[in-house]
Design a protein around this ligand. Structure first.
Ligand code: FAD
Length: 308
């Protein structure tokens, strides 16, 4: 119920205005978002690499219906890549692209524009040895995401595809994607989806996650285990053993600000631990999804509002 309400609120302009105006919001948002501009994001990245972690950057934004906004987001990624190169800290980094932020939802030529913009980002990234990942969004965007990924992979085979385990199609998608050289981030899924396309309860989603992870770990690709769930992490470790995988043949991923001690533990064991580092001014949707994932985050937020 609460999750559904928060996910609905994440798409409400009225609630957005209310939440953005609340004076204490920023202090809470800072837990999940590494600042509203490039400089704090670079500073957060430096701290993460100093402690053995690596990063995928997300310049926040999604669902744009404006061509100039899609271009502006693309330019923001190019600026980020330039800054990483100039600071000499590009090695090992990745950029996460939300295709709806670079044009996929535009009413005319959305997929074509998203592909062109994502291609520009991938090209600039490849020049400095950085990889790119295509985030998974609303299930209606999934076919487009896979089709754009196929096109991008012709020129940039390292482009990672994100699969949401809660989608009933996930296991089949993982089978198609588990080939040599294919980087696949497996997450549970953060949106409100109908029962016809997605498993609903935590237990069913967890089972679906394990089924999809088994496919990826047994395959020839490079699984990216994106979860904070201790059980999923334990199972991932077992699957690594059963499939005789070496530490350079998969990685763990977590979101910035969530379970930092566990991030450090996994990194200290010699695993690649990649942190999804979100930054920028369009934090509202991302922040509301983080609240929806964990009621304790909401309690913290409401308590701050009440004591105000
Ligand atoms: P859960 O069962 O939700 O949580 C397990 C435990 O993790 C909780 O008990 C709690 O201890 C901790 N935890 C989880 N979430 C939070 C939180 N917000 N705050 C504090 N603690 C928390 N989703 C998409 O739909 N598309 C994407 O492209 C996408 N990319 C992602 C990239 C990365 C690197 C990660 C880690 C997640 C991504 N997600 C994405 C979000 C994902 O789908 C889940 O919504 C999110 O990770 C919570 O699921 P969980 O696997 O951590 O398990």
């Amino acid at each position: 119920m609460l999750r559904t309400a928060l996910l609905a609120a994440s798409r409400s302009p009225q609630i957005r205005t209310m939440v953005e105006k609340f004076p204490l919001t920023h202090a809470i948002v800072d837990r999940f978002v590494a600042g509203d501009a490039l400089d704090p994001a670079i500073a957060a990245y430096k701290e993460l690499i100093a402690t053995g972690r690596t990063v995928t950057f997300d310049h926040l934004g999604e669902d744009t219906l404006d061509v100039s906004q899609a271009t502006a987001t693309t330019d923001a990624y190019l600026l980020l890549l330039k800054a990483l190169e100039e600071n000499g800290i590009a090695a090992g980094a990745d950029v996460s692209i939300k295709l709806t932020a670079v044009g996929q939802s535009l009413p005319v030529d959305g997929e074509k524009i998203a592909l062109e913009n994502a291609h520009r980002i991938c090209e600039a990234a490849a020049k400095i040895g950085i990889t790119a990942s295509l985030d998974a969004e609303d299930h209606t965007m999934a076919d487009g995401q896979l089709s754009i990924a196929r096109d991008l992979r012709v020129d940039f085979p390292s482009v990672a595809v994100v699969v949401q385990a809660y989608l009933r199609r996930a296991e089949g998608d993982c089978r198609d994607l588990a080939h040599a050289g294919s980087r696949v981030r497996l997450c549970k899924g953060a949106y409100k989806e109908p029962e016809s396309v997605a498993f609903q309860g935590k237990h069913d989603v967890d089972l679906a996650y394990v089924r999809a992870l088994k496919v990826l770990m047994a395959g020839d690709g490079y699984p990216q285990v994106a979860t904070h769930d201790p059980n999923m992490i334990k199972i991932a470790g077992q699957l690594v053993e059963w499939n005789n995988r070496t530490k350079d043949s998969f990685e763990y991923q977590m979101l910035y600000g969530i379970r930092p001690e566990e991030q450090l533990r996994l990194a200290a064991e010699g695993n690649t631990m990649r942190i999804y580092l979100a930054y920028g001014q369009e934090w509202y949707g991302y922040f509301m999804r983080r609240l929806a994932e964990r009621p304790a985050n909401l309690t913290f937020f409401l308590r701050a509002m009440a004591t105000r």
